[in-house]
Design a binder for this molecule. Structure first.
Ligand code: KQY
Length: 368
């Protein structure tokens, strides 16, 4: 185990970069567990491969894969994708991977948070999660990046930053009794300020309706540039999502970012609502202690769960009437980038989407 730094990023002048800043590359983890991914994870592997190849056309991609899946993954991925053998419990590197940081000289470090599978023994999604919890450290080791390791449970999908000192997050997740129950809100804020180098934290009460992560903000509301936020929305007042989005909108309208700017908010209408089918649920193995996949359950589908890579945006679409408007909105957010759509349903069936399965490493600009 490499020894972590005992200072904090804030005191050392490192900050979490915004996702739209230049990347050195992107990390993913190869999916394989058949108690989360249907049909032996084959459709999920095709979906992850599609995402990896899409990003690899824009920047270097590394996929972490178990020893048992190495040969299979190598055959299903092109040579443009680097494969690294690494153990994990599932495939959500946004959440179990490191949060990369940069300083003004372009040097890169990372935060290796504690990971407890979205809630630990009581209501977490699976046990064990020890291999996932080591992913952050292993990735930073491979990159020879120095590591901060606070005693603090946090998933990367539960925070979003503008790279200029503002953090967006949800109370539903960060203040949930299954993450850091012994910590006060003030202490949780202290960790965000110190380890992301932030000034202002904007708390939204809840995330997407029935999101199994306890309302991760990366599926709900995200910065698209400083001062501008996209928010999952529905026009249907009878949909439980309406009240959730509306309360967030009120807060965002009143909020100011770390530089004192008011926020411009763009509403992105949700797909569906989408529900899992009988055939989809039947394809998932039942294992005690692992969240079951049940037919007819409402899926937490969202267009906000996209990924900004160098020169492109990878946007999940659902063969849904709202797809077109989402593509158009992203085109307005990012006129200088290509909006590349990928089928989003398969990853959604596993509980997340494109943003949840990717982790960006900032370019920084330094050489070793
Ligand atoms: O929202 C995310 N960042 C990840 C979703 C993980 C779902 C686990 N089944």
């Amino acid at each position: 185990m490499s020894a972590p730094l005992t200072s904090t990023p804030r005191s050392d002048g490192y900050r979490m970069h915004a996702e739209w800043e230049p990347h050195r590359g992107t990390w993913l983890i190869w999916p394989e567990r058949s108690d989360n991914w249907r049909n032996g994870a084959k459709p999920a592997q095709a979906a992850f491969a599609h995402v990896a190849e899409t990003i690899a056309a824009a920047e270097p991609v590394t996929v972490c894969v178990s020893a048992g899946q190495y040969v299979n993954a190598r055959e299903r991925l092109s040579d443009a994708v680097r494969l690294v053998e690494m153990s994990s419990n599932d495939s959500w590197i946004r959440d179990c991977g490191p949060t990369f940081l940069v300083n003004d000289a372009g040097r890169v470090r990372g935060v290796d948070w504690k990971f407890n599978a979205w809630g630990g023994l009581e209501v977490g999604l699976y046990f064990p999660w020890d291999a996932d919890d080591l992913v952050g450290e292993k990735v930073l080791d491979l990159e020879r990046d120095q590591r901060y390791a606070p005693d603090f449970v946090l998933e990367g999908g539960s925070i979003d930053v503008d790279g200029q000192g503002t953090v967006l997050t949800t109370e539903e997740c960060l203040l949930h009794g299954n993450r850091n129950p012994e910590m006060s809100r003030e202490l949780i804020e202290w960790h965000l300020r110190e380890y992301l180098n932030a000034e202002t934290i904007i708390w939204l009460p809840r995330g997407v309706y029935l999101d199994e992560t306890n309302g991760h903000v990366d599926n709900f509301a995200r910065f698209v540039r400083p001062g501008q936020v996209m928010l999952t929305w529905t026009d249907d007042e009878s949909d439980p999502q309406y009240e959730i989005s509306n309360e967030a909108l009120t807060i965002l309208r009143e909020a100011k970012d770390a530089r004192g700017r008011e926020l411009e908010i763009t509403l992105v209408h949700q797909p569906g609502p989408l529900f899992s089918t009988d055939a989809e649920a039947r394809g998932v193995d039942h294992v005690p202690g692992v969240q079951p996949r049940v037919a007819g359950v409402r899926l937490a589908g969202s267009y906000v769960n996209s990924y900004f890579a160098n020169g492109i945006v990878v946007l999940p679409v659902f063969d849904d009437p709202h797809d077109e408007a989402a593509v158009e909105t992203y085109g307005q957010f990012f006129p200088e980038r290509r909006i590349v759509t990928v089928p989003g349903r398969e990853i959604l069936l596993g509980g997340g989407n494109v943003h949840c399965v990717t982790q960006q490493e900032p370019f920084g600009g330094h050489t070793l």
